[in-house]
Design a protein around this ligand. Structure first.
Ligand SMILES: [Zn+2]
Length: 139
């Protein structure tokens, strides 16, 4: 692992950074790819772009049948997160919805992006992002 790569990954922990393909505008998240997934440009030239801290649900599923040690129901959504400055294209991500009642979830609703510890793997927890329907009384 090179130094710069490490620092870039660390930066993503602090705020949401996407990678915009300079050939076609596709925004890669969370990783910068060597080859653009959409236009196939290789090696693709990406520019860091700040992402907004909330996005819009495009579609979702609710998982009901999971192993005993995983809480159900577990909603999963495909979410478009726009760029912070409103320019360019949003990035599309797939993620868990937490702290959210099922009847609060609908296509088109706004969700906040939150960093969470996903799995506790002993001394090295795995961190990722999750999404929640914003609630006034929680702020
Ligand atoms: Zn591209």
């Amino acid at each position: 692992m090179s130094g710069p790569r490490y620092h870039r990954t660390r930066r993503q922990d602090q705020r949401l950074v996407g990678f915009e393909c300079q050939a076609c505008g596709f925004v890669s998240f969370p990783d910068e790819k060597r080859i653009c997934k959409r236009c196939g440009d290789a090696p693709a030239e990406f520019r860091d772009v700040d992402l907004a801290s909330s996005g819009t649900i495009k579609t979702f599923v609710v998982q009901e049948y999971l192993p005993d040690d995983i809480e159900v129901p577990q909603p999963l959504a495909i979410i478009d997160i726009p760029q912070a400055d409103g320019s360019g294209e949003p990035t599309r991500v797939y993620g868990l919805l937490t702290e959210t009642e099922l009847d609060e979830i609908s296509v088109g609703c706004t969700v906040d992006v939150r960093f969470r510890e996903l799995f506790d793997e002993g001394a090295r927890p795995i961190n990722s992002f999750k999404f929640s329907v914003p609630r006034e009384d929680k702020r």
